[in-house]
Design a protein. Structure first.
Ligand SMILES: [Zn+2]
Lengths: 976, 86
């Protein structure tokens, strides 16, 4: 209910829906505050038993009030009602219930609870194995669950961003604000990250004075100073989620989750913040007490109850009770009574507990049970004399003390240290290089201590950065409410919850210990305590205390589980922002792309490049028809293909020839200017890295061509050779792949086509096979290479990339006059298989020069990369799988790439394997399928027949082993 | 993780490509013998602690030797391969 407070509070001005019902709210409220203001206590069903659950906390640690926002593609599940701010029109749905929150049919799970304890699934669904995947798991997943995604791609915008600073202050309670002020005044470059939309932390939730005025005034002044400082960046709604090497922090900013119409603003932003030092002022999280049926809606953290009253003017109940082992929680009773709410009882297990206000106090007493089906109605109090009595209450505020939020200090293998006085884990010293814990995150218990340690941490951090600053005058602040006595559990037979997010009870932890899952890591996995949404925020220490008791150890002996990033959920859509579609895989287009699209050619991806597959013409209904036509066109007239995707590396300098001799197996220093040579490149381990042609354009100027796939790898390799192995050479290299557009012109009418395009007249006698040089192309300075990858008389003509499209269109229009036209990758592949030319299908990383019949290309006259290791006897064994051509001779006239080869009569099993097929095509030139592949002792078996078996596609035939050069083996056509 | 490229300054790890231990820059002579070549190509220590490895900085093409600790992940320093070999 809303409290009637004097001044400040405005009337609810906006509305949102909860499960379709309209709820009125004030701006700046969380969904949880608004629901409590409207007396809505039941907000969800529990994970496993489908128990009715309400709001427990007032912050990101919330275990119960998980909600789904919106619907359709933008539906966002598992948000916390205690974090999400309301806005006009917000749609909120409860989770894990069917058909409705009030009548959830799966709450039968709760009746079956005796069978559903820890390890139930492990024990029950062991057998039969096939049942696990098909039956048990889907059923369990449906029954036990959180919110669901829509299944549709989320089209909302998300972002990722980077920031750098001297000092990152994590949290903005009293210690964080004080640290930020000290660093800001010292002139440091500061980022303050606060998960709430408002700075101030607990000071926003407490009735306290600082320097004689309300704490809120001090907060407002501090925030104003920070926001005005040019060296400070305040990031609200930003949760630091992880700590990584070199002072890198991950953070998630809820950039526009609180806005009705965010437009193009990112909903959430994933930040990587690099900080030279940081202050961990993340505060503390209140822990519960385990007692029978302590999970009903209306049972809440004591600090949260007074946060709702003090910060939002909302009382979670009409008649509030408090059950706590510490002085701090008595403030809840004091503050609610002061706000006019009935405080029915304060139950404190400490015999010497003192009241700090006008409320009934039961010292030395315990709460032994609760009632209320969909929400708390009564509690049972066992007083100091052992007498039970029932008290009507709709809100029980519970506190078992506070756990410092040490999570981030554990992200780099730091183990928190048990502090007996605080009965809590505190950060280990130097757990993270450059991170300085302060305030209640470091075990401080009062506002005065928080302010002091915040200032001290900032001074220490600045000193570590070599910046000096003076100690500030500390504001005068609250220094009481620190008394407490550890109290974890009210003994009893009924279920008492430890981890409400995962439905783990005291019994489950004891069962784990009894079944010898006594290590804390084993207990966690056996019971699921502290996993998934909880991440040990609420239940960790209480569960440890109970495990320690059950195993006869102390808490430090028992140890704690490992906190890992992220501290708060980070949506993948934020972490991967910008990496969808083209952001995931950028597209590289050749200069002929648009012209190719105009012709209706489907594209095939080659790395990031897009290359035309084939060019369909009217009447052609299959790709094979187009491909066959294009092959015949090149063999009989002329074809044009864009080959610009091949890597081009410009190599210049007096030692250019020496470099090429060293990286290629064969000689390039002997190549004459104006000539081109095919080169084979090895890795240092003697296997083939790449191949291609290199042209000598001048005495000290070469242009190397690499395959499309290996362009980057070869460039990196040349960088390595020049910097690491031969820095003494005077030679420079540069990638020129994108600077030149290059087109293959191939076929008997290639010269006729070039005669029209090149600045003529051309003396073709001066352009023998494997020659190259500069030449005018339609008035533009270009290059011509007489090389062939088709087996026909062929040229490659290159112009600066900006003329590429014009040249391509010109070549096509002139080719059509000669009965020629464009050809795509399919035809290019057929043409090269007919000629036995290899690609990376063959030189796939495991083959040697010997395997492809090129061992004689390794020059004996010089050293080269890979030469020594290529000479290993095992790499020169004639029985190795070596390159051959293959033709089907069996009943099935087809070959498939990837099929394996077996001797005739042998069983088609791995032990009998003789080799495999790497490339296949249908050759319209020869009227047959052709293949390239590797066969044991292959070249020695020409003419033999072997079996081809493709186990995947179920294809089987007999194949003849042949010379890999199927067409024009003498090469007369390309020499012209 | 960030690495300092001797030419470009401190840069994000995603601009670099890894290539194993820095001893790859000490190529044996062709006639150094099988053992030396086997060692050069195949045998690597797996230290818990300080190590030196090679990274290629894509944007500028520099090969960089990085002093790194495999336990603490500390990056102690870096230098250009070309300078080391000069
Ligand atoms: Zn660089």
């Amino acid at each position: 209910m809303r409290l009637d407070r004097s001044g400040g509070d405005v009337a609810p001005s906006l509305s949102f829906t909860f499960d379709g019902e309209t709820v009125r709210a004030r701006k700046g409220e969380t969904v949880a505050a608004a629901l409590l203001a409207n007396d809505i206590r039941l907000v969800g069903r529990s994970f496993k038993y489908h128990r009715p659950r309400g709001i427990w906390s007032a912050g990101p640690e919330e275990p119960n009030a998980l909600i789904t926002l919106g619907r359709g593609a933008a539906q966002t599940p598992n948000q916390r009602a205690t974090v999400q701010e309301v806005y006009e029109g917000l749609e909120v749905s409860s989770q894990n219930r069917w058909p409705s929150l009030k009548t959830d049919l799966l709450s039968v799970n709760d009746l079956a609870a005796p069978f559903l304890g820890a390890g139930f699934y492990y024990k029950t669904f062991m057998w039969p194995r096939a049942f696990w995947e098909r039956v048990y798991e889907p059923v369990i997943r449906r029954a036990a669950g959180l919110g669901a995604l829509s299944g549709a791609p989320d089209q909302e915008p998300y972002e990722k961003a980077y920031a750098h600073c001297d000092l990152l202050v994590i949290g903005s309670g009293p210690s964080g604000l004080m640290a930020a002020l000290v660093a800001a005044r010292a002139g440091s470059d500061v980022i303050v990250a606060e998960q709430d939309h408002a700075l101030g932390g607990r000071l926003l939730a407490e009735v306290e004075e600082i320097d004689g005025a309300p704490a809120a005034d001090w907060v407002a002044a501090a925030v104003a100073e920070l926001e005005a400082a040019p060296n400070v960046r305040v990031m609200s709604r930003t949760t630091v989620t992880g700590v990584y090497d070199q002072g890198t922090y991950g953070a998630i900013e809820r950039t526009a989750m609180h806005v009705a119409d965010p437009g193009a603003a990112p909903r959430q932003t994933f930040w990587r913040i690099v900080a030279k030092a940081s202050i961990l002022a993340s505060g503390a999280i209140e822990r519960g007490i385990a007692f029978a049926n302590n999970d009903r809606p209306g049972v809440m953290a004591a600090g949260a109850v007074r946060a709702y009253a003090n910060r939002w003017g909302v009382s979670p109940g009409k008649s509030v009770t408090v059950f706590a082992n510490n002085d701090d929680a008595h403030r809840t009773a004091r503050d609610l009574a002061a706000a006019g709410v009935t405080v029915a009882a304060v139950i404190d297990p400490r015999a010497d507990a003192q009241a700090i206000g006008d409320y009934p106090l039961f010292s030395g007493a315990q709460v032994t049970g609760t009632t209320g089906r969909l929400g708390l109605t009564d509690i049972t109090i066992r007083d100091a004399s052992g007498k039970d009595q029932s008290v009507w209450t709709d809100c029980l505020a519970v506190s078992g003390g506070w756990n410092p939020s040490v999570h981030l200090t554990c992200h780099m293998n730091g183990r928190p240290v048990w502090n007996e006085d605080l009965a809590a884990f505190v950060p280990a010293p130097d757990a993270v290089p450059g991170l300085f814990p302060a305030g209640s995150a470091d075990g401080a218990q009062s506002t005065a201590d928080c302010l002091r340690t915040g200032a001290e941490a900032a001074i220490a951090a600045l000193e570590a950065l070599g910046q000096t600053t003076e100690a500030p005058a500390l504001p005068k602040a609250e220094n009481g409410f620190t008394g407490h006595t550890p109290f974890w559990l009210v003994p009893g037979k009924k279920r008492a919850w430890l981890d409400m997010a995962n439905d783990v009870t005291v019994k489950d932890v004891k069962l784990a210990a009894q079944e010898n899952f006594a290590s804390v890591e084993h207990m966690k996995r056996y019971t699921t305590q502290g996993m998934a949404p909880d991440q040990g925020k609420n239940s960790n220490v209480a569960a440890l205390a109970i495990l320690a008791d059950a195993t006869g150890r102390t808490i430090p002996q028992t140890g704690t589980t490992t906190f890992r990033p992220p501290f708060a959920p980070v949506p993948l859509s934020a972490m991967g922002a910008g990496a969808r579609g083209k952001g995931f895989a950028p597209e590289r287009f050749t200069t002929s792309h648009t012209a190719t699209e105009d012709l209706g050619a489907p594209f095939v991806e080659a790395g990031l490049w897009y290359r035309p597959s084939y060019y369909p013409r009217a009447g052609e209904t299959t790709w094979r028809q187009s491909c066959d036509r294009e092959v015949q066109m090149v063999r009989n007239a002329v074809g044009v293909a864009d080959v610009s995707t091949l890597g081009k590396i410009d190599i210049q300098g007096p030692d250019a020839a020496a470099l090429l001799d060293f990286v290629y197996t064969n000689m390039f220093s002997t190549l004459k200017v104006g000539k081109v040579r095919y080169g084979l490149m090895l890795r240092e381990d003697g296997h083939v890295m790449d191949d291609g042609t290199t042209a000598r354009l001048g005495e000290t100027h070469y242009v190397m061509t690499t395959t499309t796939a290996a362009a980057g790898q070869v460039m990196q390799h040349l960088d390595f050779v020049l910097q690491a192995l031969r820095p003494d050479w005077d030679v420079r290299i540069a990638s020129a792949t994108e600077q030149w557009a290059q087109f293959a012109v191939a076929g008997p009418k290639a010269r006729a086509l070039l005669d029209v395009v090149l600045d003529g007249p051309i003396d073709w006698a001066a352009w023998p096979f494997m020659s190259c040089g500069n030449i005018g192309v339609a008035g533009v300075p270009g290059r011509l290479f007489r090389i062939s990858f088709s087996g026909e008389e062929g040229f490659e003509v290159a112009v600066p990339a900006r003329y590429g499209e014009a040249l391509y269109r010109l070549l096509l229009s002139q080719a059509s006059v000669l009965g020629g036209g464009p050809y795509g990758m399919e035809a290019l592949n057929v043409l090269r298989i007919e000629k036995g030319f290899i690609t990376h299908s063959e030189i796939h990383g495991r083959v040697t020069a010997f395997d492809i019949g090129m061992e004689r290309m390794i020059s004996a006259k010089k050293d080269c990369i890979g030469k020594t290791m290529a000479a290993r006897p095992g790499l020169l064994d004639p029985a190795r799988e070596r390159l051959v051509g293959l033709k089907p001779t069996g009943a099935v006239k087809e070959l498939t790439a990837g099929a394996h080869l077996f001797n005739m009569g042998a069983e088609a099993v791995r032990l009998e394997d003789q080799g495999y097929i790497t490339s296949v095509c249908y050759s319209p030139t020869l009227g047959s399928f052709l293949g390239l592949g590797f066969l044991k002792s292959g070249p020695d078996r020409i003419g033999e027949t072997v079996q081809m078996v493709d186990h995947l596609r179920g294809v089987k035939t007999e194949v003849e082993v042949c010379n890999p050069v199927f067409f024009d083996p003498e090469g007369g056509r390309m020499r012209g | 993780m960030r690495i300092t490229c001797p030419y470009c300054g401190e840069r994000d790890i995603r601009e670099f490509t890894y290539r194993g231990h820095a001893l790859a820059i000490a190529r044996p002579a062709p006639d150094a013998g099988e053992a030396a070549w086997d060692d050069y190509l195949h045998l690597r220590d797996n230290p818990a602690g300080a190590t030196q490895d090679l990274w290629h900085h894509g944007p500028c093409g520099a090969w960089v030797i990085v002093d790194r600790d495999t336990v603490t992940h500390e990056v102690a320093g870096s230098k250009a391969v070309a300078e080391v070999k000069r």
